[in-house]
Design a protein around this ligand. Structure first.
Ligand code: URP
Ligand code: ZN
Ligand code: ZN
Length: 482
């Protein structure tokens, strides 16, 4: 942002209308269009878009000349304050949403993960408690299912009706979160019948645990062996199986954190046969590769995540998958652990390194520089994969994920000329390293708005703890994806 002025020092609240903000002179990019427009915000909503809107006397005017205006980012995959692998992920709903806001994300969907045998409704309550009063941007929840029984089936229907239409099952993490094929089928039949959508973590947990056991027996205990325990063939097999199960159930399937050709090929084949399978990938699979596991000894633990980073040769294919529409969304799978005190729990065995990386604050910036500026994505594709598509898939649209009259005023103003560099020194993540250390950024958000309020300016958080609202989402609508 170049300048911000106030038409009146005391921006007044017009009776019943709320404060007006006029964003003037920017270029608006949505998933389908780009146009020069002024944008009028009243209270929390966009109320007018037009070539030339004159400010009311009390309006706050933001000069957006030379700036690009995008819908606020929607990160549909985070894990804040998650108890996992003997520890708890480091970012909570305060630090995680502050990092998100500074990096251009204005809505996120976090995963409720119940314990095995536990009630999903009780787990949901627990997640509401973690988020309320802390989140600085709006958020929703997906429900993970680590079990299946009649109680869960009826609670699934309750949560769908109450604004949580999306579920996740783990085909990996054997002995902890993993479900079997029969359970997957049961879940798919409920989602199909009641307007839900099932996501899967597609890695074959039996293959993984077999490999882990044998690698450890051979004394291969360091983090450099993590990718050997998570081969791409296990992701491809699992994607294939999940797609077959979804076909049999007649349900739509969403594959989270897709990392390799083996599973992308399965998604493409299904789509080409006319089966609706949707998928997301993550910045780490687009931009980092498995050579990181082979450098600097235990340092590799920083990138221990599941699925793991893959061979460099597949990365351009994932960008192509985004461009061609086989991958609809880029989410972070943000699940941060400090290197000292958390990742080092796995010093003796890589299988004990808590899985996950910090990324929620970096997603939009990385996609802008390495997608838009490197000409891998058009600006509209960037808006689509960072905001519009996840909003549509997960029932947030058109409240979130676009720039339109009536939508929430969730916006990111990008200065294409502003440069930066990702580093642990300037991260908002509550950890002691950055997974994308040294990545240069070309074009940065100068102003981020959530429901009409500025929450970040030039990477500085200026919002309010607890202002983030829980958003109930609509049921899955397959219209538009066929
Ligand atoms: O390594 C990862 N992905 N950690 C978070 C849990 C998950 O599987 O999504
Ligand atoms: Zn997962
Ligand atoms: Zn995840």
């Amino acid at each position: 942002m170049k300048t911000e002025t106030k038409a009146s020092a005391n921006a007044q609240v017009r009776k019943g209308e709320g404060v007006e903000t006029l964003i003037k002179g920017g270029t608006v990019f949505t998933a389908s269009d780009s146009f020069k427009a002024d944008l009028l915000i009243r209270g929390e909503k966009i109320v007018e878009l037009g070539e030339r809107i004159e400010p009311a006397p009390a309006a706050r005017v933001v000069d957006a000349k030379g700036l690009e205006v995008y819908p606020g980012g929607v990160d549909a995959h985070t894990h804040f304050e998650l108890p996992f692998m003997g520890t708890v992920s480091a970012d909570d709903f305060e630090s995680g949403t502050i990092a998100a806001a500074c990096g251009g994300t204005t809505t996120l969907i976090d995963f409720v993960i119940p314990s095995k045998g536990g009630s999903i409704l009780e787990a949901l309550e627990a997640w509401h408690k973690k988020a309320a009063g802390k989140a600085v941007i709006d958020y929703g929840f997906h429900m993970a299912l680590v079990d299946f029984n009649d109680q869960i089936a009826s609670d699934m229907v309750k949560v769908i009706r109450d604004g949580i239409p999306s579920f996740k099952c783990f085909m990996a993490y054997k002995g902890a979160l993993m479900v079997d094929d029969a359970q997957l089928l049961e879940v798919l039949s409920v989602t199909k019948k009641h307007g839900g959508l099932l996501s899967v973590h597609a890695e074959n947990g039996d293959m993984l645990s077999y490999l882990m056991k044998h690698l450890l027996e051979e004394g291969k205990t360091g983090p450099e062996f993590h990718p050997a325990a998570h081969p791409a063939v296990a992701e491809g097999e699992s994607a294939h199986r999940a797609i077959a199960l979804a076909k049999m159930a007649g349900a739509t399937l969403f594959i989270v954190h897709l990392s390799c050709q083996e599973s992308l090929k399965e998604v493409k084949a299904a789509r080409c046969r006319g089966q609706l399978v949707l998928a997301e990938t993550c910045p780490q699979y687009l931009l980092l590769d498995d050579s990181l596991y082979r450098k600097n000894g235990f340092e590799a633990a920083k990138w221990v995540m599941s699925p793991p980073l893959r061979d460099k040769s597949g990365m351009e294919k994932l960008w192509e998958g985004l461009r061609d529409g086989f991958l609809q969304s880029v989410a972070t799978d943000h699940c941060s652990f400090r290197f000292k005190g958390q990742k080092d729990m796995g010093k003796e065995a890589f299988t004990k390194i808590p899985n996950g990386i910090p990324a929620v604050g970096d997603r939009v910036n990385l996609l802008y520089t390495y997608g838009v500026r490197k000409k891998r994505l058009s600006r509209s594709q960037f808006a689509a994969v960072t905001a519009t598509n996840p909003a549509k898939i997960f029932g947030l649209y058109p409240q979130k994920g676009t720039i339109a009259v009536g939508s929430d005023a969730d916006l990111v103003l990008f200065d294409p000329g502003k440069k930066g560099r990702i580093s642990k020194e300037n991260t908002h993540h509550r950890v002691d390293y950055s997974a994308f250390e040294g990545f240069e950024l070309e074009g940065l958000p100068t102003l981020v708005m959530s429901r009409g309020k500025v929450v970040a300016k030039d990477d500085e958080f200026v919002g309010q703890k607890g202002r983030g609202k829980y958003i109930k989402r609509s049921q899955f609508d397959e219209g538009g994806w066929r």
